[in-house]
Structures are given as structure tokens and as C-alpha cells.
Design a binder for this molecule. Structure first.
Ligand code: PMP
Length: 454
């Protein structure tokens, strides 16, 4: 196993960001917008690309900039049902015309939605709560785990990202920039099956041993285990969906040691992985708590937490919970419309089929450019393409990833990167991605690598 923790604490979130040094090369309109934005907004905001994009319209998986250029969106997973989906727009508009209140009054939308959401969960998970962001959902999930177990120990993946509150940023090493983690946090190595070699059983044992080692280290320091939190597609760790089931074995180890498992479904939830509605189901897991967000209401701020009632009660006995905007009738109308679209447009089956075709086509690109494309892997429409300096040593090539991202941008395709080394092209389009989009993407990737002589 050649994983070297911390080799390239890449701060993946800003790998391909706009650098204000480039401002002089911009066209006058973009330069003016960048200048105005900089003079009125907090300086920790980042922009993608050397020529930042001013997007003014979206439809399905396509986007248009202010000059009328059309882009293929292969990056955004929030508008999973497609940008500006008419049924979701209509649902929000109709509810907004009637009333928008909060969870201290009765309203049918939140109850209807909760019943439908829970019908999609394993039967043990029987209660739902609502927030406005994935960060808030994970923040509450951690507080609940600590209340239920009386512990503070939290296991996370080496390159995890779970959000931006004080508590969850302290369990999110991929933020980089010297982000301090909680003293009670222990890191589990990135589950890098590509570098481990093709031995699912050996890999699963290695991963379980690593989990146990970290739990033992907590014990040695007088820390009681509260939970393991993981995103089952390991998106910020570099898109690592295989081998199926390894995560179930790890969760069993956590349970044996008295800890809980939080399935962070912010990325893999709502059909993304193609095999099942939730990412944890791919691994055969029943989490204790499930958190979700991003695609839940196709862009209207809405997130959620589902769990076993006895676990939620350990928290609610002591603390009331209120979140001003969360679960309001308009957000819930959007979330209901998302479930309607998933059913009516057969999104799960579509994701599975198109995702499999897409990966097959990308493996052909890998075969053609095998000196630099080390791996193409994915589940459904969450795909990672790993660039290496040579396929034998598997030495990561983050510079090539950046060059490809910018070449693809020139060809009007939006992507990004991820992983401990920042060398994995992250491909995660709206789920309405079509066969003809595969052709556009694959020929652009092939051309980009040829133009770069790779
Ligand atoms: N969990 C995961 C796995 C995420 O990818 C993200 C966002 N990238 C979050 C939590 C936080 O969600 P939000 O930005 O909505 O707070």
C-alpha cells in the first residue's frame, strides 16, 4: 500500500480557482464583475477557472453564460433533476403564492414529505428532521451521537469533507489551510483500492484493522467512541466506490465497539450512485443516522437527518430543536417535487444505465491514454478519472488534472478535481445526463489528452 498521508495536502477546494493576478487578461465585462465582487464580498470566497464564469441560464444538464455560450455541466450535483426543472419551479411558485411558514405550525407538506422519505429508508430508520445545509445536518448528527453514546470520539476519513460550521469543519481535513481538527477525532486512511491492488478481501481486512487501530488509540487516550461518519462514495477522498461492501465490514467494527455510524448522503444520496436510492445501500449498511442535502430540493436550501427514534430521543429529551427556515412549506414543496421527478422520470434506472455507458466509454479513453490515465472508476453518475505520471508507480499527477480541467473548460465542459493529491477528475453531472452528452464529454477528454501529448 503506497498511500502517503498528507503527501499533498492539496486544499482540493481551491485547486483550479481564479487567481486575482489573472484579472488583467479578462474581457472588460468579466473584469468589472470580478472587481465589484471583490470590493463587496468577504475575501474567503473563491471562483473557479482563470476566466471566471458568469452563468445566466440553465436547462437540464446545460448552462449558458452571459455571452450565450452553451456548456455541458458535468460537475453540479445540486440540480440533480436538471437545472430549472419545470415541475420543481412550478411547485415552488405555487407554494410561495399560498404560504411559507415554519415548523412551529402544522403544515401537510412536511408530514407528507417525511412519510415518503422514510418509506425510502431501511425500516429501522423511522424519524426525520430538517435543516438548510449539509453542514447543519452533520453538525446536529454529531451532537446526537455524542448525547446518545456519552462519547466524543469521532472517526473520519483521511480527506473527509463534512461541512463548514465550527464543529464539522473540525472533522473536515480536506479544507486544508491548516484547519484544526478536534482532539477527539481520529483519521482512517483513504480507502484507495486502486493503489492497494485487486484483492477485495485483503482490502476489507486492512480497512477494518485501520478502524480498530484508531478506536484503540482513542481508548488509550481516554476518549470514548461516539461515531464514525463517512460519505460512502468517498468523494473528497477521490471517488472510491469499490469494493462494494467493504464499508459494511467497517461499520460492524464500529458497532462492536459501541459507536454509531452516520451515513453522510450529501453526495451519494438521491440516486447518484445508480445502484440504489442511497449510497449506503450499495454497501449493505443500515446507518444509525443518515444526513442529506445538496440535491434534496434541486437547489432550494433544504437538508435533512433521518434516524432511529431511540437515538434521536437521547438528544431531544434534553434539547428542543428549531431551525428558522428548515422544513418550511416551500422547501418541502420542492423536495416533494424532486421525489415526483425521480419516480416519473425513472431517474434511478436512467442513472444506472447512462452511468454504466459513460464509464465504459471512459475506460476506452483510459486504454488509449494509458500512460497518464491510471484509473476510471465510478458508481452511477459519480465518476473519478485518476491521472498518474506512469501507470506502474501510480504516482499522482495533479498538474495534468488541472491542465485537463482547463482544456475541458475551453471545450465548454465543466468538471473539477478531488482526492488527497488533487489528481482525480471529478465527474458528477445532473442525473438527466444523456447518451449524446457522453459523446461530447468523451471526445473532448480524448482531444484534451491528445493536445496535451498524454
Ligand atoms: N458532506 C459532504 C459529503 C459534502 O460533500 C458537503 C458539501 N460539499 C457537505 C457535507 C456540506 O454540505 P453544505 O455545503 O450544504 O453545508
Amino acid at each position: 500500500m503506497s498511500y502517503v498521508p498528507g503527501l499533498a495536502k492539496s486544499s482540493i477546494l481551491d485547486c483550479n480557482r481564479f487567481n486575482s493576478m489573472d484579472a488583467d487578461s479578462l474581457d472588460p465585462t468579466t473584469r468589472e464583475l470580478v472587481k465589484r465582487r471583490k470590493s463587496c464580498m468577504g475575501s474567503s470566497y473563491r471562483l473557479f477557472y482563470k476566466r471566471p464564469l458568469n452563468l445566466v441560464k440553465g436547462e437540464g444538464e446545460y448552462l449558458w453564460d452571459a455571452e450565450g455560450n452553451k456548456y455541458l455541466d458535468a460537475y453540479n450535483n445540486i440540480p440533480s433533476m436538471g437545472h430549472s426543472h419545470p415541475k420543481i419551479v412550478e411547485a415552488v411558485h405555487e407554494q410561495m403564492k399560498k404560504i411559507n411558514t415554519h415548523t412551529r405550525y402544522l403544515h401537510e407538506n412536511i408530514i407528507n414529505y417525511s412519510e415518503r422519505l422514510l418509506s425510502l429508508m431501511p425500516k429501522e430508520i423511522d424519524r426525520a428532521m430538517y435543516m438548510c445545509s449539509g453542514s447543519e445536518a452533520n453538525d446536529l448528527a454529531l451532537r446526537i451521537c455524542m448525547a446518545y453514546t456519552g462519547g466524543t470520539g469521532i472517526l473520519i476519513s483521511q480527506e473527509a469533507y463534512h461541512g463548514n460550521t465550527q464543529l464539522v469543519s473540525a472533522i473536515s481535513p480536506s479544507i486544508g489551510g491548516g484547519q484544526k481538527l478536534l482532539d477527539s477525532v481520529r483519521l482512517v486512511p483513504t480507502p484507495d483500492f486502486y493503489r492497494f491492488g485487486d484483492d477485495a478481501e485483503g482490502f476489507t481486512k486492512w480497512y477494518c484493522d485501520e478502524i480498530q487501530k484508531q478506536i484503540d488509540d482513542m481508548k488509550a487516550h481516554g476518549i470514548k467512541l461516539a461515531c464514525f461518519i463517512a460519505d460512502s462514495i468517498f468523494s473528497s477522498d477521490g471517488v472510491l466506490p469499490y469494493p462494494k461492501g467493504f464499508l459494511k465490514a467497517a461499520v460492524d467494527v464500529v458497532h462492536k465497539n459501541g459507536g454509531l455510524f452516520i451515513g453522510d448522503e450529501v453526495q451519494p444520496g438521491f440516486c447518484r450512485s445508480g445502484d440504489s436510492f442511497w449510497g449506503f445501500l450499495r454497501h449493505g449498511i443500515t446507518p444509525d443516522l443518515v444526513t442529506m442535502g445538496k440535491p434534496m430540493a434541486n437547489g432550494i436550501p433544504c437538508s435533512g437527518l433521518c434516524g432511529k427514534h431511540e437515538i434521536l430521543e437521547a438528544f431531544s429529551e434534553k434539547f428542543p430543536y428549531f431551525n428558522t427556515f428548515a422544513g418550511n412549506p416551500v422547501s418541502m414543496a420542492a423536495a416533494i417535487a424532486v421525489l415526483d421527478v425521480i419516480e416519473k422520470e425513472n431517474i434511478l434506472e436512467h442513472t444506472k444505465t447512462v452511468g454504466a455507458d459513460f464509464l465504459k466509454a471512459l475506460k476506452e479513453v483510459q486504454a488509449k491514454h494509458g500512460e497518464s490515465v491510471g484509473d476510471a472508476r465510478g458508481a452511477g453518475l459519480f465518476i473519478g478519472i485518476e491521472f498518474v505520471k506512469d501507470p506502474e508507480s501510480k504516482t499522482p499527477d495533479p498538474e495534468l488534472a488541472q491542465l485537463v480541467i482547463n482544456k475541458m473548460y475551453e471545450k465548454k465542459i465543466l468538471t473539477s478535481n478531488c482526492g488527497p493529491y488533487g489528481n482525480v477528475l471529478k465527474v458528477r453531472p445532473p442525473l438527466v445526463f444523456k447518451s449524446e452528452d457522453i459523446d461530447w464529454f468523451v471526445s473532448a477528454l480524448d482531444e484534451s489528452l491528445t493536445e496535451l501529448n498524454r
